[in-house]
Ligand binder design. Structure first.
Ligand SMILES: [Fe+2]
Ligand SMILES: [Fe+2]
Length: 299
């Protein structure tokens, strides 16, 4: 942040963009748990049983919500075993609520306060004492025009705030864990074409290499995006262990928007764990499922 302020006050002609300051995390074996796109408040995402709607109206769960809820717990059990003996750092990479947008009709409630509580509860259900939590702001339609829904959830959860602003959620989260540099951002381009799935990832990796060369800033080792609700990962050769880039799957079923964007593919549910040893050596592990598709109707 000091570098950023210094760059803003430099004289014209001497300006140099400052790289984002990584959040320093104490050294030691670590596990980075990555999840995204919970979309709580959608009828296709789980909603806490005890959270009543207006006038005390209780709600149940449809089969898609129940299935996703079971996988949420299964995924975190799996990730917890991988992370045993390590410091746990959790990133939730945006779109935690469904929000109230585009005349969306698939909402459990359009009360954003209840959607925020549902998102907070989902994270409270799986966090362990001592975990570091980070929350990245998602798409405006789901996070609020200024990211206020995610800022509020992050404050409710006691997430690690941004140095300098004191804000609890991030548009761009730069982390340094045992010398491994990670950047998490929500938005990346989506595609309908299976042969272009990796294109946007490689483009982002190439941009970081270009900027690193132009400005002499360190190349990030790991880039984490979300937004498309589909898992994709690319690992390219570069200094140290190379550069890895992924997009995270989601925790929501197929909405009307999903049917119009990509009608045939089943929604992908799951997340990524990155284990980072004390010397900075890392490995990425992922676990995901496809939401079961309806069986063929025999006539
Ligand atoms: Fe999303
Ligand atoms: Fe998004």
């Amino acid at each position: 942040m000091k570098d950023l302020l210094a760059s803003l006050t430099r004289k014209p002609g001497k300006a140099k963009p400052a790289p984002p300051e990584p959040v320093a995390i104490p050294k030691g074996p670590a596990a980075l748990l990555l999840n995204s796109d919970l979309h709580r408040g959608s009828v296709l995402a789980p909603f806490p049983e005890g959270l009543l709607l207006e006038h005390g109206l209780p709600i149940g769960q449809n089969p898609v919500q129940a299935w996703i809820d079971a996988k949420w717990r299964e995924w975190h059990d799996w990730a917890g075993k991988l992370a045993q003996g390590r410091r746990v750092i959790r990133i939730f990479n945006g779109d935690l609520c469904e929000g109230r947008h585009h005349r969306q009709a698939e909402l459990i409630t359009n009360n954003l306060a209840l959607q925020r509580r549902a998102a907070k509860q989902a994270i409270e259900d799986v966090r362990q004492e001592g975990d570091l939590l980070f929350l990245v702001r998602g798409t405006w339609a789901h996070a609020g025009a200024a990211g206020e829904d995610e800022e509020t959830i992050a404050e409710m959860l006691g997430c690690t705030p941004e140095a300098g602003t004191g804000h609890y959620s991030y548009f761009l989260l730069p982390l340094s864990i045992n010398g491994t540099r990670i950047i998490a951002v929500h938005t990346i381009g989506a595609t309908r074409s299976p042969v272009s799935e990796a294109t946007a990832l490689v483009t982002q990796m190439a941009k970081t290499a270009r900027d690193s060369g132009r400005w002499g800033t360190p190349l990030p080792d790991i880039l984490v995006f979300a937004h498309r609700h589909q898992f994709c990962a690319v690992h390219l050769p570069a200094r140290r262990q190379g550069q890895y880039c992924c997009t995270l799957p989601s925790w929501v079923g197929k909405t009307e928007h999903g049917y119009s964007f990509d009608p045939l593919s089943p929604p992908q549910i799951g997340g990524v764990v990155i284990l980072i040893d004390a010397d900075g050596t890392w490995q990425a592990c992922s676990r995901f499922w496809a939401l079961p598709t309806p069986s063929f109707l025999e006539v």
